[in-house]
Design a protein around this ligand. Structure first.
Ligand code: NAP
Length: 307
C-alpha cells in the first residue's frame, strides 16, 4: 500500500518534510517530487537523499498554477502512483488576485485549479491507485483567536463559488488571508465531491495545523509579513500553543495518506479553536462541509474553468 507517492511543492516547507518522513517508511519505494523550479527541486532531492540515506526520489517538473504543465507532467509519468499529496499552495505569489489565462486568480490557480486538473488527469490515465490528500487549513472553519472568520456564503451556489475562484466575490478587499480561507474552503468541498464520485479511491483533506518555519507567509505585504512571519508564527503563536514545527505539520500529511481509518471525503484539522494537537473531523462544528449540494457546486464551479 502506498509504495509510490507524489508530493506537489516538495522542494520546501511541509512538502519537503513530508517527502523525508515518507522515505523513512520502509514500505515507500518511490517519492515523486513535483516542483516548478528545477534548481530548487534538485537541491531538495540531494538534501533528502542525504537525510534519509535512500535514493528513491524522482523530480517531476510541474507548475500547479498552469494546467498545461500539469498535463504534460502526468503524461511523462511511466507508472501509476498509489498516493498523491496536494501540498503546493499558499498566498498566490506577489499578485494573488491577478487573473491567469484560465480566468481564475493566481491564488485559486496555485491552491486549487492545478490540483483539480492533476487528479482528473491521473484518474483518466488510470495513474492514481489509492489516495489523494489535499493540504487544507483551519482558516476554512475560522480561527477565533486570530480574528479569522469561517466563510459565510449567501447561497453557496455554483455562481458564488465561481466568483470566489475568479476573485469577483472579494471586491476591492486587501484581506488576502480571507481570500485564502475561501479558496481552501472551495477546495475542501471539491475533495468531498470527488470522494462521492470516486468511491474506489480515498479523498482526505488534512490541515498541517499552524506550522512555523516555512515560506508560506513570504508573499504577504510588508506589514502583514512582519506581523505573521516574524512575530505571530515564530513567537506569539507557539506561546499560545497555536504553532508547531514543520515535522509535526508533515506528520499530519503522513497520517492523511497512510491512516486507513480516516474517512474518505472528510476534512481533518485541529480541534475547535486550536491550531495544533490531534486532528478531528471538522464537520460537527461546521456542517456546511457535509452539504452535498455545496460540494457539487464547488466542484462544478472549478470545472467551469477547465478547458
Ligand atoms: N504553514 C502553515 O501554517 C499552513 C497552515 C495551513 C495550511 N498550509 C498549507 O500547507 C501547504 C504547504 O505550506 P508551507 O507552509 O510548507 O508553505 P511553503 O513553505 O511556502 O511551501 C509551499 C511549496 O509549494 C510550492 N509551490 C507554490 N506554488 C507552486 C506552483 N504554482 N507549482 C508548484 N509548486 C508550487 C513552493 O515552491 P517554490 O519554492 O517554487 O515557491 C513550495 O515548495 C500549502 O498548501 C499551505 O497553504 C500551511
Amino acid at each position: 500500500m502506498n509504495k509510490i507517492v507524489m508530493i506537489t511543492g516538495a522542494n520546501g516547507g511541509i512538502g519537503k518534510d513530508t517527502a523525508r518522513q515518507m522515505a523513512l517508511l520502509k514500505r515507500t519505494e518511490k517519492v515523486y517530487l513535483a516542483c516548478r523550479n528545477k534548481e530548487k527541486a534538485e537541491a531538495a532531492k540531494k538534501e533528502l537523499e542525504e537525510l534519509t540515506k535512500r535514493s528513491i526520489f524522482e523530480i517531476v517538473l510541474m507548475d500547479v498554477s498552469k494546467p498545461e504543465s500539469v498535463r504534460s507532467a502526468v503524461a511523462s509519468l511511466n507508472e501509476p502512483i498509489d498516493a498523491l499529496v496536494m501540498n503546493a499552495g499558499g498566498m498566490g505569489g506577489k499578485a494573488p488576485l491577478e487573473k491567469t489565462a484560465d480566468g481564475v486568480t493566481q491564488m485559486s490557480a496555485t491552491n486549487l485549479l492545478g490540483h483539480v486538473v492533476l487528479v482528473d488527469e491521473l484518474i483518466k490515465a488510470d495513474k492514481l491507485k489509492n489516495v489523494a490528500m489535499y493540504a487544507s487549513s483551519e482558516v476554512v472553519r475560522g480561527v477565533k483567536k486570530m480574528g479569522m472568520k469561517a466563510p459565510n456564503l449567501k447561497t453557496s451556489s455554483e455562481e458564488e463559488f465561481t466568483s470566489i475562484l475568479d476573485g469577483s466575490y472579494f471586491g476591492a478587499t486587501k484581506d488576502t488571508m480571507a481570500v485564502y480561507g475561501h479558496i481552501k474552503y472551495t477546495a475542501t468541498l471539491w475533495m468531498s465531491a470527488m470522494a462521492r464520485k470516486h468511491p474506489n479511491l480515498r479523498f482526505i483533506s488534512m490541515s498541517p495545523g499552524g506550522t512555523k518555519g516555512t515560506a508560506v507567509m513570504d508573499d504577504l505585504t510588508f506589514f502583514k509579513r512582519i506581523m505573521f512571519k516574524y512575530i505571530g508564527m515564530p513567537i506569539l503563536m507557539p506561546l499560545m500553543g497555536m504553532a508547531h514545527n514543520v515535522d509535526k505539520g508533515a506528520e499530519r500529511f503522513i497520517k492523511g495518506v497512510n491512516d486507513a481509518s480516516l474517512k474518505t471525503g472528510t476534512f481533518y484539522a485541529s480541534a475547535r479553536n486550536k491550531l495544533t494537537g490531534p486532528v478531528e473531523d471538522q464537520s460537527p462544528f461546521f456542517p456546511d462541509l457535509k452539504n452535498e449540494n455545496f460540494q457539487d457546486n464547488a466542484d462544478k464551479a472549478i470545472h467551469g474553468f477547465i478547458r
